[in-house]
Design a binder for this molecule. Sequence first.
Ligand code: IPM
Ligand code: MN
Length: 348
Amino acid sequence: MKTYTLALIPGDGIGVDVTDATMEVLDVAAAKFGFALAPTTFPWSCEYYVETGKMMPEDGIEQLHPFDAIYLGAVGWPKTVPDSVSLHGLLLPIRKAFTQYANIRPHRLLPGVEGPLKAEGFDILCIRENTEGEYSGAGGRVHQGQDNEVATEVAIFTRKGVERILRFGFEQARARRKHLTSVTKSNAQKYSMVFWDEMTDKIAAEYPDVTVSHMHIDAMAAKMVMAPQDLDVIVASNLFGDILTDLGAAIQGGLGFAASANICPDPSVPSMFEPVHGSAPDIAGKNIANPIAAIWSGAMMLDHLGEKTAATAILSAIEAATAKGIGTRPGASSTDEITAAVKAALEA
Ligand code: IPM
Ligand code: MN
C-alpha cells in the first residue's frame, strides 16, 4: 500500500482544532481509497517559542525535508509573540526554504453558502507568487528611534521568479477555462511591474490557447466584487496576491472556506498545505472554528500527492455537507458537527 509521510504543524489557536478535523477526514479518505498516511506532529508554535526562544529548532527545515508533504494549521499568538517574529520564524521560512513559489488559492461558493455578493457563479484560482516580491525580507532600518530614522522594505522581482510563477499560472489556466489575468500596478511602479508585464507577454507567447488580460491591482479589487464570474486564473505578486486572496475569501463567504497550497513542483522537496485563515485566538479551543478551509486544503494536499480521486471525493463530501446547510453560517454548526458531516458524506 502506498504510504505518504506527513509533517503536521498544527501551530497555534484554531490551527490545532482544524488540523485534527482535517486528519480525521483524510484518514477516512485513505481507508476508502487504499493508501496510508503516516503523520508526524511537530509542536512548533508560539508556545514552543516561549519555551525555547525559537519558533522551530535550528535544523527545523532539515527535519521537514524528507516528508512527502507538510500540513500547517495556523501560526500566531500575538499576546505572547509578535506576529512579525512568529511568522518570520516558521511559516515564511518554510515557504522560502522549499521554494514553494506558487501559492494557490481557489475562490468559489460552496453549495448552500451565501456570499456577500449578488454574483454566484464564479470560480477563481488565484496564483500568488510566494517567495520574493514585496515579502522578500530585504531591507532594514537605520538611525532607529532618531528623527532621521529610515526604514526600507525592498521588493525583489527576479526573472527566474517571475517567469516560473507566470508559467505555473498559464499551466493552470490551460487546465481550466483558459483565461489568465496578470495583476500588476505598472502605471505607478515603473520598474518591477513593467518588468512583470513584459514577462507576462513573453510567456503568453508559449500559450496561444490561453487568453490573457492585464489588470491593475486596484481595478482587480473592484472586478472581484463587481464581476467575479468573468475571472478564471489570476496571477499576482506576493503582496497583491495576499490581499486579493483575503478579498477572494470574503466573496466566497469568509475565511472559513478559503483553502491554500504552497507548491514547489519539484517533488524532491515537500509542498505545504494550510487554510488561509489565521489562529483566531478568540475562538481557539471552543469547537466553533469552521474546518472546511482546512479540510479543503487537505484535499489539495492529496491531489498534489497524486491521490486525485480521494481529493475529488473530499471536495464532493464538503459540498454534500454544505448543501445541507452544515458549516455554511458562522457559529451555526460546531467544528465536530461539520467534520462528522464531511466524514459521513465521504463514507456514504
Ligand atoms: C497568508 C497570511 C500570511 C501571508 C501572513 C500571516 C504572513 O496572511 O497566508 O495569506 O501574508 O503570507
Ligand atoms: Mn494573507
